[in-house]
Write a protein of this length. Structure first.
Length: 119
C-alpha cells in the first residue's frame, strides 16, 4: 500500500532540510494557545463591561442578564454560521487535498532541482 505524499514518515526530521524542529513547533503552538487564551479572556471582560455587568456581588438588572444570554448564545451562533459559510465557500474534499499535495510535490521537486543546479 502506497502512502499519501503528505503522510510519509520522516523519522521526526524535515524532508527538505533533515533538521528536527519539534521543539520550535511545539513552542509556537504553546505560545499561540496562550495568546489566544489571553485575548479570549480580555474580550470576555470587555464584553461584560460593555453590557453593563457590575462585579462584587451586585444584583444584575435584566438588561445585563439578557446581554449575558446573548453573549452565550447569539454570538457563538453567528460565529458558527460564518465558519460554515467559509467551509462551503472553500470545500476541502479528498480530490482537492490530492491536487494540493500534487502541486506542493511539483514545487518541492522544482525547488530541489533549482537548488542542485545552483550548487
Amino acid at each position: 500500500m502506497q502512502r499519501h505524499p503528505s503522510r510519509r514518515r520522516t523519522s521526526g526530521r524535515s524532508a527538505g532540510t533533515g533538521e528536527r524542529n519539534d521543539a520550535t513547533v511545539y513552542g509556537m503552538y504553546s505560545w499561540s494557545r496562550k495568546l489566544g487564551q489571553a485575548i479570549a479572556g480580555g474580550l470576555v471582560g470587555w464584553a461584560l463591561g460593555w453590557i453593563g455587568y457590575q462585579s462584587g456581588g451586585v444584583e444584575q438588572n435584566q438588561s445585563v442578564l439578557d446581554g449575558i444570554y446573548t453573549l452565550g448564545t447569539l454570538v457563538p451562533a453567528l460565529l458558527l454560521v460564518s465558519l460554515l459559510a467559509l467551509v462551503f465557500w472553500y470545500p476541502l474534499t479528498k480530490k482537492r487535498v490530492d491536487e494540493n499535495a500534487a502541486i506542493l510535490e511539483e514545487r518541492h521537486a522544482a525547488s530541489a532541482a533549482s537548488a542542485s543546479e545552483q550548487a
